[in-house]
Design a protein around this ligand. Structure first.
Ligand SMILES: Nc1ncnc2c1ncn2[C@@H]1O[C@H](COP(=O)(O)OP(=O)(O)O)[C@@H](O)[C@H]1O
Ligand SMILES: O=P(O)(O)OC[C@H]1O[C@](O)(COP(=O)(O)O)[C@@H](O)[C@@H]1O
Ligand SMILES: [Mg+2]
Length: 319
């Protein structure tokens, strides 16, 4: 193993820069060469390789986004696109690849690995929807951003006796909604893993009002339904002053939290170590406070490990 390349793919996530820094510095520490691939899988197809040195990753440990930039690239889903990417990797003498991305990116990683290019994955997505790891890079920061925003909305909810429906991100996953809802005392948390009953949502608002609590917070994951529709439903069925707030992409940016910087640094270095040891086809992850690794097959499976005890506890506390 002489030359290792690193790229970021899919939605950007706070901590991706910290992970790029860890990969680059670890490769150089091991005395090998390291290249950054710009623009995710699209850059792989186009051959956007840039040599990296110690200074290339200076002053990025605390920055959101990704200095290598990222794309969603339909072309990589075609056999021609995949072949072109493999040709570019060969032409640039790359012996190993590290992909920082989400569930979609690991499907791409598996293809490259199966076709002969040793590849290691690092879970980077705010959605935290990857099997084989308890945390993906960016999730902790996104939850903290959502909590800060919901706390602010709560001030107005209380001052004006309003019901707020707050839509958070999570394409098919309820993790951000679950954590943000628990941490802000939401009356209802609506997530795709559980679904929801409109009557129950309304009953919980009414139940609070009966004891004089004239404000309510309902946190909904985008993956289960539109916040606007849920807000309309509450307006039609009740007399409560109801507003909807969609937090959107502000959850994707910003400086990574200390936790995200910690796991990014450890996962980045571990990914390099695995490649140097001759391992491939693996995703690094975190379980029970320890760095682990799992196969791409396992990492690409549908995630089922959302902690529903948090969901039930939140319901029992927000009464
Ligand atoms: N089934 C697939 N086969 C090949 N490449 C894929 C596949 N799914 C996703 N990819 C590649 O990975 C990229 C990132 O996936 P995406 O789902 O957008 O984000 P994430 O990795 O954050 O989940 C896609 O734009 C595409 O290039
Ligand atoms: O920024 P885009 O391309 O509109 O994508 C939005 C999606 O990306 C996410 O922010 C992150 O998802 P991925 O990590 O799978 O890219 C989702 O929560 C959201 O549904
Ligand atoms: Mg994804």
């Amino acid at each position: 193993m002489k030359k290792i390349a690193v790229l970021t793919s899919g939605g950007d996530a706070p901590g991706m820069n910290t992970a790029i820094r860890a990969v680059v510095r670890r490769v150089l520490f091991k005395g090998l060469d390291v290249y950054g691939v710009q623009n995710g899988m699209k850059g792989l197809i186009r051959g956007d390789f840039i040599p990296m040195d110690l200074g290339s990753v200076g002053d990025i440990i605390h920055r959101g986004g990704t200095m290598l930039q990222s794309t969603r690239c339909e072309e990589f889903k075609t056999v021609e696109g995949q072949q072109q990417a493999l040709n570019q990797l060969k032409e640039n003498d790359i012996d190993g690849l590290i992909i920082i991305g989400g569930d979609g990116s690991f499907k791409a990683a598996k293809i490259l690995n199966d076709r002969g290019l040793p590849t290691i994955g690092i879970p980077g997505t705010i959605d935290n929807d990857i099997a084989g790891t308890e945390y993906s890079i960016g999730f902790d920061t996104a939850v903290n951003t959502a909590v800060e925003a919901i706390d602010k909305i709560r001030d107005t909810a209380v001052s004006h006796e309003r019901t707020y429906v707050i839509e958070v991100m999570g394409r098919d996953a309820g993790d951000i909604a679950l954590w943000a809802g628990m941490c802000t005392g939401a009356e209802s948390i609506i997530i795709p893993e559980v679904g929801y009953d409109p009557t129950d949502v309304i009953d919980r608002v009414k139940q609070g009002a009966k004891r004089g609590k004239m404000h309510s917070i309902i946190v909904v994951a985008e993956g289960v339904g539109k916040g606007i529709e849920i807000g309309e439903m509450i307006k039609q069925e009740t007399e409560y002053d109801t507003k909807v707030s969609i937090l959107g992409h502000l959850q994707r940016g910003g400086a990574p939290s200390a936790f995200d910087r910690m796991i990014s640094s450890q996962m980045g270095a571990k990914a390099v170590d695995l490649l140097v040891e001759g391992k491939k086809g693996l995703m690094v992850g975190f379980k029970n406070g320890k760095l682990i690794h799992t196969s791409f097959e396992e990492a690409s499976e549908e995630k089922h490990n959302i902690d529903l005890s948090i969901y039930h506890l939140a319901r029992s506390l927000s009464i």
